[in-house]
Design a protein around this ligand. Sequence first.
Ligand code: GLU
Length: 560
Amino acid sequence: MSNSQSDQDVAVTRFAPSPSGDLHVGGARTALFCWAFARGRQGRFVLRIEDTDRKRSSDAAALGFQEALLWLGIDWDEGPMPDGSTRGDHGPYFQSERLELYQSHMDRLLEADLAYHAFDSSEELDAKRAAARAEKRPYRYDRAGLQVDRQERFARAAAGEPHVVRFRTPDEPITIKDEVLGEAVLPAGEVDDFVIRKADGYPTYHFAVVVDDALMNVTHVLRAQEHFNNTAKHLVLQSALGFEHPAYGHLSLIFNPDGSKMSKRDKDKAIRAAVKSAGLASPPDGTITQEAFDAWLGDKKSQLDHDALVAMAQALDVTLPEINVADFERSGYLPEVLCNFLSLNGWSPGNDLEKFDNAFLARNFDLSRVQKTPARFDRDKLLAFNLDAIQAMPEDEFRARARAHGMRFHPQFMDALTTEQFDLLADASRERSKTLDDMFKTNGWLLLEDDRLSWPISKPVRKAMLKGETPGWTILQQVVALLERIEPFEGAALERELTEWAEDACDGNLGKIAQPLRIAVTGGPVSPPIFDTLAMLGKERCLLRIARCLEVMEGAAASS
Ligand code: GLU
């Protein structure tokens, strides 16, 4: 084979997702390590879409993977791009477009008798599997296909009789050298004559991956540990096809802190727990049908689709755990923080350094410091990393990134605010924001129409408004006239005037007026600093809200 390209490349890695569903954080970490390994060695990083399972694959999922990678800051030298173009000289990069290539290499094996057509029916194979089970021995294909004469095999295949193609695995031990896990030897006979072309004519994963890795000159295969056993098959296929063996490194899984596998089922788990603790026998209104609800509750393994999960989560006030990269993006995590955190889940720079960017990772990543054992995903730590990064961010950058996040995930919120209002809100929220999403979640009061705001009498509201010798609502009554006079109705003027006013009216205790004001204009006890809160709403809206609130509080005071 031509190796001209790889002669110059120190390292060629690839990320090869099967495009169904979304990019899981475990997959993202694999991609990140592959990327870093190639980038740190002036090599190439290839994105290949493994879509030979036509039923489970979709173009939309393939695009979702590309977008998620780019969002994380992981770019590739070869592979499909979201705009439909392709980079690189070793394409096509969708396996479904490479069938002829696979066929030509398959033919080589068939001609050389290193693979054979096998005509066993599924009933025959099932019976043999059942017999192995009954005798408590592992099932291995017994090479029954080879009982058929070679010429006859070719003739029957050419005549269109249903069959698969099996690889003739040599009767020798297979040694897997893994750069992360070390060496393992599989005894002869452990790997049977596995299928390399399915009855539908498509190559199996094993065959396609071996051909592609070779033709794309991949030097290092870094992938999930679940593929470790497959590597034995890939090694013997490479030898039979005359390909070089790439180096392998298998990466451990990512676990939840409780030791369970971090999987998309965790979202259903969170909802199930809420349903159980609320003792619900029917679904919350506006979510799913009773029938769907019963079926889902009855089968612990079943999963709701994304929209149903979101509807249930909203109705039950449950925060769904983020599992896929897109979930973390929606929740307002910063991609550079997620990459940093994912790197630490499975690799460390070898000292106490914890905070670093992708460029640092690329310069320093090596396989010798990749962890063998599963990492535990500590969400609190990720959130703390995110908070630190937001606090360290210049104000302008936070505004811009929060705005981009809002445009994408909260368009209505963005529509309702002027640029000035948004900037004020962003500046006032930055210090306390753990994620880019926080300010959108906690500031719904800004969007409400003034006559729709309400004041549920919660404990903090009662305390600030109705309790004490001079209840808050009476102080609020007194400040109205001042607010009407303040011009311009902006942060600095509000701060000056209200502080001065509080000197006399509240014995210098600004909190006495700040909290009633906050409740009056937002409906609750939490909002950005009070002067910003007032300025964002503007004088007219503040006065309207305060007037309505006073009516409600007067009533509440009279009846309590
Ligand atoms: N397509 C495989 C997967 O998504 C990856 C195969 C590989 O990396 O060799 O699990």
